[in-house]
Ligand binder design. Structure first.
Ligand SMILES: [Zn+2]
Ligand SMILES: [Zn+2]
Length: 641
């Protein structure tokens, strides 16, 4: 008999050679039907693989990330089987699962292939899925593996086998298709109930441009037809919400090749929105004891030699700017931290002065390859809502709690209700690669974990994910379409205080190193605005809307009254416009709806006579009439909520 420990800590006894599937079956039939694979002692195994020793077992279903990736990798095999059946002689490269779905790199020889062929392949995949063929695992010797693919004439598999040690090779077979694969796989093809091929692209064998270009076919599968339908709907919706598209339509930002790739131009409306975000955070930071600082966009090479950035990133950054006379070398600022360290050093600090918190909306420049650039999410110049806190080791926890409060306040005010935080700790097996004393790491890691717990933050803990200079807490939000984005971050740093020889005088009159905390609740304004646009589909919270209302006179006759209404409403918190075009009122309303302006104030004969406005809300329609004063106080109440 063997002992199996389950995730809830319970230990059950089974016969030696029991499979995860049988374990599931002993718990419930429903569970057994849904088991795709199992994590056995930390390694993902086929559900059918016999377990020979005492083990810790976690059954994996569609709800587990690893369950999904096993499902999708198995679907790649299924697609390969379909391709082989439809196009005999096809050769196969690699076919991994990706974040959503899978791909397979294949060589069709001289055959032309395009997305027109997708339907035929999808039908074949579903036909093969219905046969419920088991994925059968078989260890093979290197010689047998080579003989098999020699016979088949697949040079790609032979190339892969070449690098594998004898004794480690396994084949998987389902139906008539056999693949070189270390697994794991789902029990049988019948689990796949829906498939959609998404895309076809070229991909060099092993990513090497000097080798043959293969055809990469992307697909996605699901265990239910309805999940595929929902997924395709989500993709359609995501296209509509694409921040690059909405950014143009709402006139928020633009790019110009003349200005340079990856360097966003903020248009007046985008700037209005961005400025509101800046003021919003500045206000909150002021309350939390931050001090604003400003540092230049370039800095002397020596600064980055001290910080270590030059050694680490110098070769891959924008190249230095040289002064014509002195020959000094300056770099575009890639981060604000070294500058803030120099600000810290401008005067002696005592333990009573700490923490000090320097905040800056600091614009930084980082080189990204042109092919990597994407709208506002991957750019070459961006503004961080940066701040650096310098504190005593015993203050780390308190500071973390305050930063968490700030981040959550930002999320709440902007309508992100679904978030988790990832605590990244050092790898306890390999502490040598991290800078800083064990004692400080212990203090900081405990402080982060306790701070997150005390704030009731949903968290996941990842060992080995810390930066070499300190542990961190990263915030991931889920947007309205369920997509995950990494936004804010809080990081402890033992490295820069050391490199810049930062000090404070302790109560013992001795010199001590402060701990540095980097934090950015938005991450960067560019990335945050992109995520916000896609999250709210351009319908920004009222307080953030670049324009909160528009006055629409029905004809020229009412212009003077309409202008007076506008004048009486505009102030520093409220911003509106007026549409004086010679257009029908229906057209003016439609245009305002397209621009997603929250309120429309319509003015005609009746409104002018009664001294009121007729109010319409974006996406909702008529709200009746009221005086301009009433509207103003309603708007102010709504904005301050
Ligand atoms: Zn495989
Ligand atoms: Zn920093």
């Amino acid at each position: 008999m063997i002992n199996i420990t389950l995730p809830d800590g319970s230990v059950r006894e089974y016969e030696k050679g029991t499979s995860s599937y049988q374990i599931a079956l002993s718990i419930s039939e429903g569970l057994a039907r849904n088991v795709l694979a199992a994590e056995v002692n930390g390694e993902v195994w086929d559900a059918a693989r016999p377990i020979e020793t005492d083990s810790t077992v976690k059954l994996l279903t569609w709800n587990d990330t690893q369950g999904k990736s096993t499902f999708w990798h198995s679907s790649a095999h299924l697609m390969a089987e379909a391709l082989e059946a439809l196009y005999p002689g096809t050769k196969f490269g690699i076919g991994p699962a990706i974040e959503t779905g899978f791909y397979y790199d294949v060589d069709f020889g001289d055959r032309d292939f395009s997305s027109d062929d997708f339907k035929k392949i999808e039908d074949k995949i579903m036909e093969l899925a219905k046969t419920k063929s088991e994925f059968v695992r078989k260890p093979v010797s290197k010689a047998d593996a080579e003989a098999y693919f020699n016979e088949k004439g697949d040079e790609y598999k032979l190339d892969l086998i070449k690098d594998l040690p004898d004794g480690s090779i396994t084949f998987y077979t389902q139906g008539k298709f056999t693949d070189l694969c270390r697994g794991p796989h789902i029990p049988n093809t019948g689990f796949v109930k829906a498939v959609k091929l998404m895309n076809v692209a070229g991909a060099y064998w092993r990513g090497d441009e000097s080798r043959k270009q293969l055809t990469r076919i992307y697909g996605v599968t699901f265990p239910k037809q309805s999940e595929l339908t929902d997924y395709l709907k989500m993709i359609e919706e995501a296209k509509k919400r694409d921040h690059r598209k909405l950014g143009k339509e709402l006139e928020l930002f633009a790019f110009s090749e003349k200005v340079g790739m990856g360097l966003p131009l903020w248009l007046p409306k985008g700037t209005a929105l961005r400025e509101k975000l800046v003021r919003f955070l500045q206000k909150a930071q002021e309350k939390a004891g931050y001090e604003q600082v400003i540092t230049p966009h370039i800095a002397h090479k020596n600064l980055y030699i001290t910080s270590g950035h030059y050694d680490k990133y110098g070769a891959d950054s924008f190249q230095p700017i040289k002064t014509p006379q002195e020959g000094e070398e300056f770099f575009l600022k890639p981060m604000n931290c070294p500058h803030h360290c120099e600000i810290y050093k401008t005067k002696p600090r005592s333990y009573k002065d700490l923490p000090v918190r320097f905040a800056e909306f600091g614009t930084v420049y980082r080189y990204e390859q042109s092919g990597e650039l994407h709208g506002l999410t991957r750019v070459r110049g961006f503004t961080q809502d940066d701040a650096h806190l310098f504190c005593r080791p015993d203050q780390v926890k308190e500071e973390f709690k305050k930063v968490i409060d700030l981040v959550l306040y930002v999320f709440k005010s902007l309508g992100f209700d679904d978030y988790i935080a990832q605590v990244s700790l050092r790898d306890p097996e390999n502490t040598i690669k991290y800078i800083g004393s064990d004692e400080n790491w212990r203090l900081a890691e405990t402080a982060i974990i306790e701070a997150a717990a005390e704030k009731g933050l949903p968290t996941v803990v990842e060992f080995g994910e810390a930066a070499f200079y300190g542990p961190k807490l990263d915030f991931m939000v889920k947007d309205a379409l369920g997509r995950k984005w990494q936004l804010g971050t809080i990081q402890v740093d033992y490295n820069l205080p050391e490199r810049f020889e930062l000090e404070y005088t302790g109560s013992d009159n001795q010199k001590h190193r402060p701990v540095m905390i980097h934090r950015a609740p938005f991450g960067s304004l560019e990335r945050f605005v992109a995520v916000l646009i896609e999250h709210c589909a351009g319908n920004f919270p009222l307080w953030l809307s670049p324009e909160q209302f528009i006055v629409l006179p029905i004809s020229e006759k009412y212009e003077d009254y309409a202008k007076k209404v506008l004048e009486s409403l505009n102030n520093s918190d409220i911003r509106g416009l007026i549409d004086l075009r010679d257009e029908k009122i229906g057209r003016k309303i439609r245009d305002a709806e397209v621009k997603k302006i929250p309120y429309m104030l319509i003015i005609g004969e009746k409104e002018m006579a009664e001294g009121v406005v007729s109010l319409r809300k974006h996406g909702q329609g008529d709200l009746g009439s009221m005086t301009a004063e009433q509207f103003k106080s309603q708007l102010i109440t709504e904005i301050t909520v």
